[in-house]
Design a protein around this ligand. Sequence first.
Ligand SMILES: *Cc1c(COP(=O)(O)O)cnc(C)c1O
Ligand code: SF4
Length: 363
Amino acid sequence: MSQPPLSGQPAKILTTFSGLVPPGSASESRLFDADRVDWNVDWQTALRRAIRSTNQLRQLLGLPLESDSRDSNEFGTFVPLEFLRRIQKGDARDPLLRQVLVTSDEQLQHSGFVSDPVGDGDALATPGLIHKYDGRVLLIASGACAVHCRYCFRREFPYGEFGGQRQKWEAAIQYVRSHPDVHEVILSGGDPLTLVDENLFELLDRIDAIGHVRRIRIHSRFPIVIPQRITPAFCDHLSSLRSRVWFVIHANHASELDATCLSRIGLLVEAGIPVLNQSVLLRGVNANEQSLVDLMTRLVDHRIQPYYLHQLDRVRGTKHFEVPIQHGLELMRRIRARLPGYAVPTYVTEQPGQPSKTPLDRI
Ligand SMILES: *Cc1c(COP(=O)(O)O)cnc(C)c1O
Ligand code: SF4
């Protein structure tokens, strides 16, 4: 098995996961109760028991149910309990909830918001490999994710057609082998950590065996969403590679960084792996001075380096998350006045055809 069952599965989990809703209980006890959940489970169990229905998510958090729960959409609700427990009950404006709750705003059409705003479809070098920038390639190791972020710029990326399948690695690896100018391979997706260790290690080893590859970068939301994915065995394998491994996590708000997640990220740091964080500037989530200062402070307090703050990519159905660039620039000025230089991320946007991400506040 190369991938756990994820998107596209029917929302059956509530009926099969009895740990949350005891039969015959009063409606208040249908609320999420962290004390009744077994937290000592492996990451695959965490994926299997993730919430896959908007109304179930609303019910567990004590929010009003919707008559049309909008779960038919391909990129449906997907929220592991490990992430759910960090959401404040009864607060529809919780910054973590807003990242994962399907709303009617997603159905709205707006001009300029399209299916592939960053031009990934055009930059495919082989199925599953994007070569946009000098010296580095992005390999779509898996199309699945540990969570479905509603603002995701790849939410409409046709993984099924282009990448995600193991056999497609073959062409990607061949491409890297035959391009001596490629010094860094970025495993992304989707989320490469949805691969089981056996397959992931095989992929890493094969890339590591290519002499001109000096660095392997892993982009993953697992350390935040399902932190138990990061194990000592996993870190050992990364440290054993000839190539230097860099790790990029993705947190948008300080409340995502709970104790469990920080201790698992600590395993990577202790293994000597540089850990960077990228965030997306999101209305209703982190688009205010204090939220950004809190996030960056929490990161550097745990030896995680803020890397990019992304302007939202204009993908269909995400306009309600957009922050005007002028406001983003103002926020950058304010946080720069309050943080050490190394805690200030680079505010970037992605423009198709450009040789790098485009910095917005460094002139
Ligand atoms: C963002 C991105 C990268 C990495 O860019 P860095 O500036 O090195 O972080 C590489 N390839 C693709 C296709 C990207 O979108
Ligand atoms: S984890 Fe990353 S790729 Fe997956 S849905 Fe979230 S933002 Fe998109």
